[in-house]
Ligand binder design. Sequence first.
Ligand code: SF4
Length: 115
Amino acid sequence: MIRELICITCPRGCHLKVDENLNVTGNFCPRGAAYAKAELTHPVRTLTSTVVIKSNLDNRVPVKSNNPLPKELIAKAMEEINKVRLSAPVHIGDVAIKNIFDTGVDIVVTKNVLE
Ligand code: SF4
């Protein structure tokens, strides 16, 4: 069976076709083949979300995973993120959750909230 997917590695957005042996066509460059193989064998996603913060300025502060997480962990990671309560001040790069699910990936703050 041929699987079809769009490479999201760069804005060119090549339309990829992948056969059952993970042979990839339609990719303009090698990164497309690597993306397709990873997507079909071990898909990962960078997680972006927000967490609750106690602050005079904001109710929530944006966070993201500092590396991609296995796609199957994204929903569980969101549950953990929803439990987090931060207090100002926080700074870009501060760790909201360290080593989530022993993946080696941290959930980090992406905005300064100073008061
Ligand atoms: S295959 Fe290469 S050129 Fe095409 S979208 Fe992916 S990274 Fe970009």
